[in-house]
Design a protein around this ligand. Structure first.
Ligand code: FRU
Length: 456
């Protein structure tokens, strides 16, 4: 695994084994914490052991180091310490809320029977070195009776002296929904309401997140079971947000659902506000029930997180912008030669492009197997058979492209168009048999292009 050329230079990946959702994102006492769904040793989600959490921490979101596993599956979470979030108390204590998954042995469908999800609280007073015992807050017998056994992924926050929690759920009529709870102390919780769209929008909503931007409530969630359409819902499960109208304590109406990311690999993002007041989101650059075999699995590890993205509201859209600190990793600036050629010697880089005319067409070739193309109305990200492991293309309709930022990192590519209005995240598996040189070719007449290599 250590010699694998697809290991990443500046994206968070598991030290070994399997990673999925980001969990427990927070800043406490000047330390940033990024927990994640983790199955150590085994590059499969339910391989040799049930999933638990892994922990990265550091003074900023660039210099993070792996701190180990905070807790392991026991009785309350026997079949997985599933996803959850962090709330930082005024005294700096971190409260971690998560789902303890239990699957009973037997002939169950695990939708209506045979599964329990416990909502659990663990506290750490010293920034993650020691953790309290697990405290069971409530569980399956306490959820509303019209929920199936799929209820999970608590996101917790505080407004004034009130605590709130949102959980994702699958209802008995096979519609996705979220459950809102409230509490005065973060320990005793009461159901506030169930929210869902007027018409069912998928059968299950995972990993919800709720926050306000410029006074407007936002519900982010991951609906499962949507039919693919021409320019949306192209992955097997989706991830996006709706702006809501109305107050949290009353009935809220859903605005249109917008996908966070148009690429092949994006799911289960979580956001938090740091001490500088930035709302920062990190996503899993992957998907559950993945429709393709990830070749890094044979090399002992699988999956990674996106870079942290600052969220900015513009009109009724939320823009995503890579955190500014990433620029500190830039080195060796360069520009494409007269023929538009540029080499990234270690397949890791950060590239900024300002297009001369937003309406003109262009294309960018990365190595043999990755092509990004714009024809004046549609952006097409195409992977060849080998580089894409059988995945072919992703499309987005765009009325002009003013600028692009490409974050290239060995086996992940993040593309930010129009200041982060449209984003594509994808893993790609170029042929790095002899070295990691990545040749790029820009056919972008008149564009201003600046590139940097990136330090690990
Ligand atoms: C989303 C998810 C969550 C669950 C976790 C388990 O990817 O399925 O709903 O808590 O992963 O790892």
């Amino acid at each position: 695994m250590k010699r694998d050329p697809w290991r990443l230079a500046y994206h968070l990946m598991p030290p070994d084994g399997w990673l999925n959702d980001p969990n427990g994102l927070c800043e406490a006492n000047g330390v940033y914490h990024v927990y994640f769904q983790y199955a150590p040793n085994t590059p499969a989600p339910d391989g040799r052991m049930a999933r638990t959490w892994g922990h990265y921490a550091g003074p900023d979101l660039i210099n993070l180091s792996f701190k180990g596993v905070p807790f392991w599956p026991e009785t309350l979470d026997r079949d997985g310490c599933y996803s959850g979030s962090a709330l930082v108390e005024d005294d700096g204590t971190i409260d971690l809320y998560y789902t303890g998954n239990i699957k009973e042995a037997g002939d169950y469908d695990y939708i209506h029977d045979g599964r329990l999800s416990n909502t659990i609280l663990v506290k750490t007073a010293d920034g993650g070195r020691t953790y309290s015992d697990k405290h069971l807050l409530f569980g399956t017998p306490d959820y509303p009776k019209d929920c199936t056994r799929h209820v999970r992924d608590p996101k917790v926050w505080r407004e004034d002296d009130q605590y709130y929690m949102v959980l994702g759920a699958r209802m008995n009529d096979d519609s996705g929904a979220v459950l809102f709870y409230e509490s005065l102390d973060g320990v005793s919780w009461r159901l506030l309401k169930i929210e869902k769209t007027g018409e069912p929008f998928g059968y299950m909503w995972e990993c919800p997140d709720y926050f306000e931007m410029d006074g407007q409530p936002v519900l982010a969630f991951c609906p499962q079971g949507l039919e693919a359409e021409d320019f949306c819902f192209q992955n097997n499960h989706q991830s996006g947000y709706s702006l809501l109208s109305g107050d949290l304590r009353g009935k809220q109406m859903f605005g249109p659902f917008r996908e966070w990311d148009m690429g092949f690999d994006f799911y289960a993002p979580q956001s938090f506000v740091d001490d500088r007041g930035r709302r920062i989101m990190i996503g899993w650059a992957g998907l559950p029930d993945k429709p393709y075999g990830n070749p890094t699995a044979q090399r002992g590890w699988e999956n990674c997180l996106t870079v942290p993205r600052v969220l900015i509201k513009k009109g009724n859209r939320i823009l995503q912008k890579p955190i500014s600190g990433l620029k500190r990793l830039r080195k060796n600036p360069s520009r494409p030669d007269g023929e538009g050629r540029l080499t990234l010697p270690d397949a890791s880089g950060d590239i900024e492009i300002a297009f001369a005319d937003p309406a003109s067409s262009w294309d960018i070739q990365m190595g043999e197997g990755v092509c990004l193309h714009y024809n004046g109305c549609i952006v097409r990200l195409a992977l060849d058979e080998k580089t894409g492991c059988g995945r072919d293309e992703r499309l987005a309709r765009l009325d002009g492209v003013r600028n692009a930022r490409l974050l290239v990192d060995r086996s992940i590519l993040e593309i930010y168009l129009n200041d982060g209005e449209t984003v594509f995240t994808t893993r790609y598996y170029a042929d790095f048999e002899t070295d990691r040189r990545l040749e790029m070719k820009f056919n972008c007449a008149g564009a201003d292009i600046y590139a940097w290599e990136m330090q690990p």
